[in-house]
Ligand binder design. Structure first.
Ligand code: C5P
Length: 190
């Protein structure tokens, strides 16, 4: 979905930087790519980029937690019968989109919310708590839409209204989202 959004933005004439974790698909070739492999690297790359942008679209499914200690080598089984379990201590990752929203001269900010239940309610909560301008609520409860599928079922939410989009391809949804972003920015600047 992130690469589809970037492609739609490029087609609309934007200059696009993609900050991306590893994926199995090809990014659009006209985008400026910044490759990262962890949430903290993504956070740093975003901080280095946001001074120069008008629109920030947070599409990455960032892990909420990371292990406190990262093993340099493969963790071996101990062999002792009492050691069939190990405990990994996790610490919260920084919320990247909220950090962008807290900047003084912030860009227009669009988030995504993948939810399995109470989709609209939870997405609206994220719109408010993360203090962003628009959020795309994504119903990932089924297997035919959402992750690992080209179809997506989405509703766009603003602080004062919402619009349900028909189930369509990630490319078609992305073009509509970019149109709605442009419309919202134009309305705001009137
Ligand atoms: O994971 P969650 O549903 O909270 O994601 C909602 C939005 O927040 C998404 O736009 C996601 O990219 C962003 N997010 C973030 N940093 C995190 C977690 C989520 O920017 N650590």
């Amino acid at each position: 979905q992130g690469y589809a959004i970037a492609t739609a933005a490029l087609e609309a004439g934007a200059k696009v930087t993609i900050i991306s974790g590893p994926t199995s698909i090809e990014p659009p070739d006209r985008a400026n790519m910044v490759d990262v492999t962890s949430a903290r690297e993504m956070y740093d790359a975003v901080q280095n980029t946001i001074g120069n942008i008008d629109i920030f679209i947070g599409v990455a499914a960032v892990a909420d937690y990371r292990p406190v200690n990262v093993a340099e080598q493969k963790i071996k089984k101990s062999g002792a019968p009492s050691n069939h379990r190990i405990t990994l201590e996790l610490v919260e990752n920084p919320d990247i989109i909220a950090s962008v929203a807290n900047q003084k001269d912030r860009p227009f900010i669009v988030g995504f919310a993948a939810e399995t239940d109470n989709v609209i309610e939870y997405a609206r909560k994220k719109l408010v708590t993360k203090n962003i301008d628009m959020i795309i609520a994504n119903d990932v409860s089924g297997t035919s839409v959402g992750f690992n599928s080209d179809q997506n079922s989405t509703t766009v939410l603003w602080p004062d209204r919402s619009e349900e989009l028909p189930v369509m391809s990630k490319a078609a949804i992305s073009s509509r989202i970019i149109e709605l972003v442009a419309e919202t920015i134009n309305e705001k600047s009137k």
